[in-house]
Design a protein around this ligand. Structure first.
Ligand SMILES: NC(=O)c1ccc[n+]([C@@H]2O[C@H](COP(=O)([O-])OP(=O)(O)OC[C@H]3O[C@@H](n4cnc5c(N)ncnc54)[C@H](OP(=O)(O)O)[C@@H]3O)[C@@H](O)[C@H]2O)c1
Length: 319
């Protein structure tokens, strides 16, 4: 059930409301007030990320969640940088406030796109595709090297498989559902496995979206000098490394695990624009829904059966 309140202010947004379905209420809130480095965007679509959903529990009442999406620039940044009024953009603002009819977002986290790419496709890109790009880049050249992607059916994982394969890596994809392996091979995976433990040969690097035992097993697969990027924690499980996991000898020296946070990555606009312009990038199935269904979807656990759930924002009052 959607709970819409109106109090005479000027735009609609989903706000955190303890006790409401999904902990959210669609209500009127003040218009955003962009800072000099921010553009004002009319939000057309957004695709909630696991991090958006996880952040709801800690958000104070009345907060507007939502990191990323697609839309149209209504007002350019006052400092003269970034996209112009009327340009279609994707955007990423980890201060949230995206599940709204309009939002202010730094121009450095906003990228202009072509006029003929659907809003739904664009909305699936900012967090997952940019995360995958920056993660793959951390390995330097992967040409001819084995790169492990753990959680390859995830939104980030699918992009990581594609970008790593294009970069010349031998992509070793791990996904628990064997029925998805053929699709991962079509995206560019050279090997598919259901767990890292079943991967036979060692790897030059690993990108792990799952955590828990998967991260432990991915670390064990690293060559000397190789790194595992602990990017996600979808399993929600502890990592327990056995005694000896960090004992180094000539075959295990200089291995590392590093963490990653997209919000700490600077200057993302150029990569976002490149990803948005890339028609070859496969985004998977899109389940497009009216944004009035957001709270009910969250209440039911934010299920993402196949592909991405994308919400289209209503703009009943012309602006
Ligand atoms: N550090 C950062 O800056 C950053 C940025 C973006 C995302 N992330 C994190 O990266 C992770 C992936 O994000 P996403 O948007 O790509 O997620 P997503 O599309 O929701 O996918 C979740 C994935 O986790 C798998 N999974 C869930 N539980 C599992 C388990 N117990 N064992 C094995 N696989 C399991 C799912 O497999 P099935 O397909 O079989 O269900 C699916 O592939 C999340 O933890 C997210 O918070 C971090």
């Amino acid at each position: 059930m959607t709970n819409i309140e109106t109090d005479g202010l000027s735009m609609l947004a989903w706000t955190t409301t303890p006790g409401s379905p999904g902990g959210l209420t669609l209500r009127e809130v003040p218009e955003p007030a962009p800072l000099p480095h921010e553009v004002l965007v009319r939000v057309e679509a957004f695709a909630p990320n696991p991090g958006d959903i996880a952040a709801l529990a800690a958000a104070p009442p009345g907060a507007i969640p939502g990191w990323d999406g697609s839309g149209v620039v209504l007002e350019p940044a006052a400092d003269g940088h970034g996209p112009a009024a009327g340009e279609r953009v994707i955007f990423l603002g980890l201060s949230a406030r995206g599940w709204a009819q309009r939002r202010a977002v730094p121009h450095a986290m906003t990228a202009a796109t072509s006029t003929d790419t659907p809003w739904e496709r664009l909305a699936t890109l900012p967090v997952p595709a940019t995360t995958a790009l920056r993660a793959v880049r951390r390995f330097g050249s992967v040409l001819g090297r084995r790169l492990l992607v753990v959680g390859a059916t995830s939104a980030v994982g699918r992009f990581a498989v594609q970008l790593a394969a294009r970069s010349g890596a031998w992509v070793v994809a791990v996904a628990r559902d064997e029925r998805q392996h053929e699709a991962l091979r079509r995206l560019g995976a050279h090997e598919t496995h259901t767990t890292p433990a079943s991967v036979g040969s060692r790897v030059h690097g690993a990108i792990d979206m799952i955590g828990g035992q998967h991260l432990v097993d991915a670390f064990a697969l690293l060559e000397p000098g190789a790194t595992a990027i602990a990017l996600g924690h979808a399993a929600g499980a502890d990592e327990r490394f056995p005694y000896g996991a960090f004992v180094a000898d000539p075959t295990t020296a200089d291995r590392s695990i590093t963490t990653f946070f997209l919000g700490a990555e600077p200057h993302l606009a150029d990569e976002m624009a490149w990803l948005a312009a890339d028609r070859q990038l496969q985004i998977g199935d899109i389940d497009a829904r009216p944004w009035t269904e957001l709270a009910t979807w969250v209440q039911h656990g934010a299920p993402r059966d196949s592909g991405r759930v994308v919400f289209r924002v209503d703009h009943p009052r012309a602006i």
